[in-house]
Design a protein around this ligand. Structure first.
Ligand SMILES: Nc1ncnc2c1ncn2[C@@H]1O[C@H](COP(=O)(O)OP(=O)(O)OP(=O)(O)O)[C@@H](O)[C@H]1O
Ligand SMILES: [Mg+2]
Length: 275
């Protein structure tokens, strides 16, 4: 005969399984027919994309196709005007939310060109950012300790914490700092705009490990890249191609390999001919 305890355990297991399924099937991001202008110039002409929790999506496309524009719009950059379409995050319409409100909800953008902030140290910057996102401030000592651990995982020397943000940083160091921010802020949805560009082979592996450590069944990652090589370490389930402000093709990881071999003209031609 079943005891009360075994019945209870069975129900708890069932409940947890359901919860996990909820997470996995949850739509994290839904971009619907997005049209965006910058200073009166149309850049995105009807972009749609759906990402569920637990998924990694790679976004590729030629220079000037609108990838960074899309990432800026996702974070609500005021310069980019949404003329049509909507952005939903966990089912909520966030199209008109301010950048800080989106960040508080767990959306993060790693910039293609991180800016220098002379006078503000990395440690102060990250502690202030964490306070803004989480609402409470960690004691300096505790924060320093966790920061040190996270920096070590990303192969960054301790001295970085007391340097000014991106001031005199090499290209690769800037990209590591973007991932360090991500590690501190632990976002649900991370948009990484060419975080792999300019990294040497070892740095690429370290950064990829950092990204993988933060991906999980509750998170989503939109990885913007020009190169297949990072996709050897951070495995996307979906690859999309943006051209002339439109998603022209979506597929699995094999699409990235095909692009590397054949280039974007191949997509353009196959779109034009309907192949
Ligand atoms: N603030 C701006 N003012 C004027 N034009 C802009 C602005 N931001 C983007 N654009 C234009 O929008 C187009 C798309 O730029 P975007 O940076 O989104 O391309 P991308 O796909 O990220 O390219 P890359 O691969 O080179 O990073 C370009 O023609 C660019 O010049
Ligand atoms: Mg770009």
């Amino acid at each position: 005969m079943e005891t009360y305890l075994t019945v209870l355990v069975r129900y708890v297991k069932l409940f947890l399984k359901e919860k996990r399924r909820d997470f996995m099937s949850q739509t994290l991001l839904e971009i619907k027919d997005l049209h965006v202008e910058v200073e009166g110039k149309p850049i995105l002409n009807g972009v749609s994309l759906t990402m569920r929790a637990g998924e990694v999506h790679a976004l590729m496309g030629p220079n000037g196709s609108g990838k960074s524009t899309l990432s800026n719009v996702l974070l609500g950059h005021p310069k980019y005007q949404v003329m049509q379409g909507k952005i939903f995050y966990k089912g909520e319409d966030i199209t008109s939310l301010k950048t800080n409100e989106r960040a508080k909800k767990g959306i993060f953008l790693a910039f293609q060109y991180p800016v220098a902030v002379p006078g503000v140290t990395v440690a102060n910057f990250l502690r202030t950012a964490a306070k803004a996102i989480f609402g409470s401030e960690q004691a300096i000592k505790t924060f320093r300790k966790t920061l040190k651990e996270k920096m070590a995982l990303l192969g960054m020397e301790d001295s970085f914490a007391s340097r000014y943000v991106n001031d005199g940083f090499s290209g690769g160091e800037k990209k590591r700092l973007e991932i360090l921010q991500m590690a501190v802020l632990e976002p649900r949805l991370a948009v990484l705009d060419e975080t792999d560009s300019g990294l040497d082979i070892d740095a690429l592996k370290v950064v990829a490990e950092g990204i993988n450590r933060l991906s999980g069944p509750e998170n989503g990652i939109l990885l913007i890249t020009h190169y297949q090589r990072i996709l050897n370490y951070v495995k996307p389930q979906f690859v999309h191609v943006l051209m002339h402000g439109k998603m022209v093709r979506s597929g699995g990881p094999e699409l990235a390999q095909e692009l590397e071999l054949k280039g974007y003209e191949w997509v353009d031609e196959s779109v034009a001919t309907g192949v």
